[in-house]
Design a protein around this ligand. Sequence first.
Ligand code: FE2
Ligand code: FE2
Length: 180
Amino acid sequence: MLTRNDIRALVDHHGREILTHEHMQFERTCFQHGAVTTYAHSIRVACLAVYFADRLHLWHHVDLRSLIRAALLHDYFLYDWHAWDNGTHRLHGFTHGHAALANALKDFHLNAVERDSIANHMFPMTPRPPRYLEGYLITMADKISATRETFSMARFSKPELPKPELPKPPRPQRRMKATQ
Ligand SMILES: [Fe+2]
Ligand SMILES: [Fe+2]
C-alpha cells in the first residue's frame, strides 16, 4: 500500500510538467474552497484519486500518469470564480470543466483519458458522465476534497495570497464542445 509520502512523490513526479508551468502558478493566487487555493486543491484531488486507486486495487485498470495529470488540470479554468460573471458565477459549475480543458489543451499535449476526465469532472452536476475509470476517481476525489475544504474552520482565517503576475493566463472559454 502506498503511504502519504509515496503518493505525494508520485504526484510530483508525474505532474512535474503541469506543476511547474507558468500558468499553473496563477492557481496559487485564487481560493478554490474555504482557505484552500486552486493549486493546493488540485494537488489534494490528485493525491486522493491515487489513494483511491491504490486502496481499491485498481492498478490493472488505471493509468497512473493520466490520472494524476487530469486531476491536476481538472480546475485549470484560470480565473477567480468568486468574481466571475460579475460575482454571480451562476454558470461556473456547469462550464468550468470545458474551460479547464480548453486552457489545458493550449498548454499541454493531453491524451483521451486526460481530456475526458477534465471535461466531465463535474458529473453529475453536468449531464455527461466520465468515460474512463480515471474520470470517476477524479470526480469522487474532487467531491470529497471540496466538501472538506468548504467546511473547514480554516475558512475563517484565510491567508493573504500573492497577486497574479504576468504573464496572464489564457482567456477562459465559456463553452466548448465535449472532446472525446
Ligand atoms: Fe471543478
Ligand atoms: Fe475541483
